[in-house]
Design a protein around this ligand. Structure first.
Ligand code: NCD
Length: 315
């Protein structure tokens, strides 16, 4: 695969082309079947070192990258770093320099500050994957969402996708908006004004403040977690009222296409942004597949970056 993937890092979806995205999704597709088989271990990354450097809590993303690296035969090490807010900048660069001296091949970094992963990528020799930086981007989540959609709908172009809920604090929303626009889907955001970032209309989306209008006729309903840990002050009156107006249940979903699919990046707040009946409906919910596709997509990303490094070395 992917002598054509010509990027040293994977930091953001913004700025990628449709060819880059297709390339990664096609490569990920080849890993899906292997991951479903009994023997899952390959050797394309044998002898390589991947470090998961997480400055923020994570279960699924970290596990997913860990499995992806191990299934390709890499040595994978997890590092969780608690951030002291005073020394944040210092800690980040110091840690980067330490890891750099250990000849790591790929660093997967999650950090609570937007832009921190980009900053770190400028200080190291290895490839860096953004595992989520603040409210900025979470590129592998958008890629795995795209793969899950593509496998079920056969395409991305022309689909109408409603991204609903706490868009303001969501790096998942931002990466998805970029990816879906690049691939020719139509994107709507549906949220109360307090949960939308300023200038959201400049991101090439249609804005709605109520679910009935925002979900009408759409093919995909992507729900977001209410990210209270990132909020300064109360942006919603109460979680009960939030569920009443913006929580996805059967009634609200009824106005979407009859075959509309429901997504959520996890972790879910059941009964706040999504009703369990919808989340667990195997005919409508893509949530389990999103997790499954995560491993395949991260395998493709790790391979693409390592192969690109190899081509640079050989030149
Ligand atoms: C998301 C994240 O961390 O940005 N989760 C994830 O990666 N699966 C979304 C969230 O935390 O709500």
């Amino acid at each position: 695969m992917s002598a054509a993937f010509a990027h040293r890092h994977l930091l953001a979806i913004e700025g990628m082309g449709p060819d880059d995205i297709d390339l990664l999704l096609d490569a990920a597709e080849t890993h899906v079947e292997v991951n479903r088989g009994e023997v899952k271990k390959g050797a394309s990354l044998r002898g390589r070192t991947v470090i998961n450097l997480f400055f923020e809590n994570s279960t699924r993303t970290r596990t997913s990258f860990e499995l992806a690296g191990k299934r390709l035969g890499a040595d994978v090490i997890n590092m969780s770093v608690a951030t002291s807010s005073v020394k944040k900048g210092e800690t980040l660069i110091d840690t980067a320099m330490t890891l750099n001296a250990m000849h790591v091949d790929v660093l997967v970094v999650r950090h609570p500050e937007s832009g921190a992963v980009h900053l770190l990528s400028e200080k190291v020799n290895c490839s860096v994957i953004n595992g989520g930086d603040g409210t900025h981007e979470h590129p592998t989540q958008a890629l795995l969402d795209a793969l899950a959609i593509r496998r079920r709908k056969g395409r991305l172009g022309g689909l109408s996708v409603a991204i609903c809920g706490d868009v303001a604090h969501s790096r998942v929303a931002r990466s998805n908006i970029h990816l879906l626009n690049i691939m020719g889907a139509r994107v709507r955001v549906v949220a109360p004004p307090t949960l939308l970032p300023a200038n959201i209309d400049r991101m090439g989306v249609e804005v709605f403040h109520d679910m009935a209008r925002g979900l009408a006729g759409c093919d995909i309903v992507m729900m977001l977690r209410l990210q209270t840990e990132r909020m300064q002050g109360a942006l919603v009156p109460s979680t009960r009222e939030y569920f009443h107006f913006f929580g996805l249940d059967r009634d609200k979903l009824a106005v979407a296409q009859p075959d509309a699919l429901v997504m959520h990046p996890g972790p879910m707040n059941r009964g706040i942004e999504i009703d369990s009946v919808i989340a667990d409906d195997i005919d409508r919910s893509l949530i389990r597949e999103q997790v499954e596709m995560g491993v395949a997509v991260r395998m493709a990303c790790l391979e693409a970056l390592v192969e690109h490094r190899q081509t640079l070395r050989n030149d």
